[in-house]
Ligand binder design. Structure first.
Ligand SMILES: Nc1ncnc2c1ncn2[C@@H]1O[C@H](COP(=O)(O)OP(=O)(O)OP(=O)(O)O)[C@@H](O)[C@H]1O
Length: 248
């Protein structure tokens, strides 16, 4: 199971000069078990900061964070959460398989089990046959699949994604959306992601949280009540995207 709950979260970042920067104000957010929640908002509205707070990389100055129902301070199961960034952050001197294996090595998983799980996960993301390729030998879409595999190999119950597909061509991005939905169904994790792209939010998410900037606060939480898979070119998706844009 995986769930994320924020209650009244506020954050200030100190500045070299002047008042601290008020980045988040009283943010409430719920990503229930097995849900997909998108965070959208203008640049600087604190989207990444929310993910960083959920990941335990940044401490909130006020409010509560609950992970799988447990207050973040008491949460022990950090290995059940993974974070996928905008750039794929693959290690260039490691093959695809070795990149995917990284989290398992850090977790002390034995060699035979590592090999099995890496192969399984590469298959899951459609990269069988590319285990021994180095990142520079792979296309952008394939690198993105390796990064996804690296995030999935530990079988997380919570997956955080910060604009993970924003650098891909639209057609490759659409393929990645399909992959993510398929894999999410298979593995049953909870997905919390940040995007600039309202269509991406509508195609993927059960719920979209819209942030207002300076300081970032929740303007609207919109439920996207459309069946999956969602056609990005459909009138329904366009209408939801239009409503979200209006809110932004
Ligand atoms: N560690 C930090 N120290 C100081 N300021 C920070 C830190 N992290 C973020 N900020 C500032 O906080 C504000 C919100 O940043 P954040 O990256 O969360 O916004 P965002 O909505 O994700 O933006 P973008 O869409 O441009 O990625 C920005 O003004 C940023 O410069």
């Amino acid at each position: 199971m995986g769930s994320v709950r924020l209650r009244g979260v506020s954050k200030w970042f100190p500045r070299r000069e002047g008042e601290p920067l008020h980045v988040l104000q009283n943010v409430d957010l719920d990503a229930p078990d097995r849900s997909i929640v998108a965070i959208v908002g203008a640049s600087g509205s604190g989207k990444s900061t929310i993910l960083n707070i959920v990941a335990g990389l940044v401490r909130p100055d006020a409010g509560e964070v609950y992970l799988n129902g447990v207050p973040a301070e008491a949460f022990k199961d950090w290995r059940s959460m993974t974070y996928m960034f905008q750039d794929d952050r693959l290690l260039p001197w490691r093959t695809a398989a070795q990149n995917v294996s990284f989290g398992l090595e850090a977790g002390g998983v034995g060699r035979a089990e590592r090999r099995e799980r890496v192969a399984e996960t590469l298959e899951l993301v459609g990269l069988t046959g590319f285990a021994d390729a180095y990142p520079h030998e792979l296309s952008g879409g394939m690198r993105s699949r390796v990064a996804l595999a690296r995030s999935l190999v530990t079988r997380p119950s919570i997956l955080l994604m910060d604009e993970p597909f924003s650098k891909l061509d639209p057609s490759i991005r659409a393929q990645m959306h399909e992959e993510v939905l398929r894999i999410k169904e298979l593995m049953g994790m909870t997905l919390l992601f940040v995007t600039h792209d309202v269509e991406e939010a509508v195609v993927l998410a059960h719920k979209v949280v819209v942030l207002n900037p300076r300081p970032g606060r929740v303007r609207e939480t919109r439920t996207i009540d459309l069946p999956y898979p969602r056609d990005p070119l459909s009138a329904e998706v366009a209408e939801q995207a239009r409503l979200l844009r209006g809110s932004l």
